[in-house]
Design a binder for this molecule. Structure first.
Ligand code: KIV
Ligand code: NA
Length: 276
């Protein structure tokens, strides 16, 4: 059965946790769908993980559409969320609707995600009016990195925590049907989750959110240069990949690869009659 906004809301009501992973390409999307991941996010983290940008500021609409469309071709039933990149919605509700529409029409997303609270509520309202479901994103919002001054936990002081609660209620009121909470103290995320009727998805926000999301390269252990506190490595895929790359190089040198079973044949008689 195809996941929808209503099945995800039902999951919250029934206390069944929502699993979300980021994904940026066709073959990985197929693997995630095969095991039944509930929701896939084409995050603008693709700027970091796939494109090697320093932050998510540089990510364009074209980047997002390109990767979202690729992921969508690998999915049949999985609910697909796509990030709105920096400056595709901040400028006006009109721009927000046009760009959310492109992510849906050209990227085949089922829902768009944008960062911010009260300040983006007019955008959320406008997108929802265009029949496009919206996921909000509060706490650490990487598109505001220059204003926040660093990747760190948010909502620790009383006033910051109160602002987070007010923003969470405001985005729900504006029509958002899901909310990502990033780098928020666990107890605060738990209270916000209880207060809201829409599902919350946590990343670095404790285990009381309605669901969890991780960047797939982080949870697979493909990036080990910098591992944030909230990441759990469920595998050491980076090491596995390096081992395979090395064996491949060694077998090329030794002649072990390609073996006969990887090679094509021609009749001996034919090859003998040829002039070289
Ligand atoms: O871009 C992203 O991957 C995200 C998640 C980490 C929530 O926004
Ligand atoms: Na993002």
């Amino acid at each position: 059965m195809k996941n929808t906004v209503s099945t995800l809301l039902k999951q919250k009501q029934e206390g069944k946790k929502i699993s979300m992973l980021t994904c940026y390409d066709y073959s990985t999307a197929k693997l995630m769908e095969e095991v039944g991941v509930n929701t896939i996010l084409v995050g603008d983290s693709l700027g970091n993980t796939m494109l090697g940008y320093e932050d998510t500021i540089q990510v364009t609409m074209e980047d997002m559409i390109h990767h979202c469309a690729a992921v969508s071709r690998g999915l049949k039933n999985t609910f697909l969320v796509c990030d709105m990149p920096f400056m595709s919605y901040q400028t006006s509700p009109y721009d927000a609707v046009v760009n959310a529409g492109r992510l849906m029409k050209e990227g085949h997303a089922n829902m768009v995600k944008l960062e911010g609270g009260k300040e983006v509520c007019p955008q959320i309202e406008a997108i929802v009016k265009a029949s496009i479901p919206v996921c909000a994103h509060l706490g650490l919002t990487p598109q505001s990195i220059n204003a926040l001054g660093g990747y760190k936990v948010q909502g620790k002081t009383e006033s910051d925590a109160q602002k987070l609660i007010d923003d969470a209620k405001a985005v729900q009121e504006a029509g958002a049907s899901m909310l990502v909470l990033e780098c928020v103290p666990a107890d605060l995320a738990a209270k916000i989750t209880k207060t809201l009727h829409i599902p919350t998805i946590g990343i670095g926000a404790g285990n009381q959110c309605d669901g969890q999301v991780l960047v797939y390269q982080d949870m697979l252990g493909m990036f080990t240069d910098y591992v944030p506190k909230f990441v759990k490595q469920f595998a050491g895929v980076g090491e596995t990949m390096k081992k395979a790359f090395k064996e491949y190089m060694e077998e090329i040198q030794s002649g072990a690869f390609p073996a006969e079973e990887h090679s094509y044949k021609i009749d001996d008689e034919v090859i003998e009659r040829l002039y070289f």
